[in-house]
Design a protein around this ligand. Sequence first.
Ligand code: IPE
Ligand code: IPE
Ligand code: MG
Length: 255
Amino acid sequence: MQGVPSKRDDAAGKDGARRPGAGEGTPRHVAIIMDGNGRWATKRSLPRVAGHRAGMEAVRRVVRAADARGISFLTLFSFSTENWARPAEEVSELMGLLKFFIRSDLAALHRQNVRIRVIGAREGLAREIVALLDEAEGLTRANTGLTLVIAFNYGARAEIAAAARHLAAEVAAGRLAPEAITEGLLGEALPSADIPDPDLLIRTSGEQRISNFLLWQSAYAEFYFTPVLWPEFDDAALDEALSAFAGRKRRFGGL
Ligand code: IPE
Ligand code: IPE
Ligand code: MG
């Protein structure tokens, strides 16, 4: 059936089984726009980087909490293609924190059976960062627990344009007929092809916009906005979002 791609049934494992801890209303995939680090720091008269550091603690917390609640996929928006517009010093601090996070947490995440995936452009990233991202994905590839999707140097429009370029090249090479380009084929050309669409999309800090995140994949996501600033996002805040989600009635255009 159109609009309900078959990858939904494949993604959680061959049988699509729920993870331990998941209940009837548990979303399979939660995606989070982690926003408000800067405001959190400014409120405390601290430099913005202190907010990003505190945000890293929140990442650790939410990974543990999502895992314990039987969520299968957790996507975290950690650096957007538009974030390059920030002052060079802040960009460099954000790059430094990603390196720090992978170096300090990769072994523990691997022990927790977490599988790491990275979406976003590798072009434009320092070689050292690309190597760390590759290492994280490579080491955890066969893990069967929570899939942690790190959206880094990620922009949804760029990702869709890249998929269109790829399909156009296939057509130009005579390997693909234009009529064969369907929603399914375009979805398969995205780096998230093997990840089910997000069920619940959370944005912290009170902003109510999508900021070029998962535009294609969020077609039927439930949105949840909270004024909580990302460094303060904790288990209780996640549980509030999950219970709001459990109360939603999804219709996917039907009745
Ligand atoms: C989110 O916090 C982290 C990134 C976007 C990298 P911000 O840095 O956007 O914090 P605010 O929105 O300025 O408070
Ligand atoms: C979105 O937050 C990007 C990330 C959380 C990584 P921003 O703070 O960059 O978004 P805008 O600029 O407020 O839309
Ligand atoms: Mg922000």
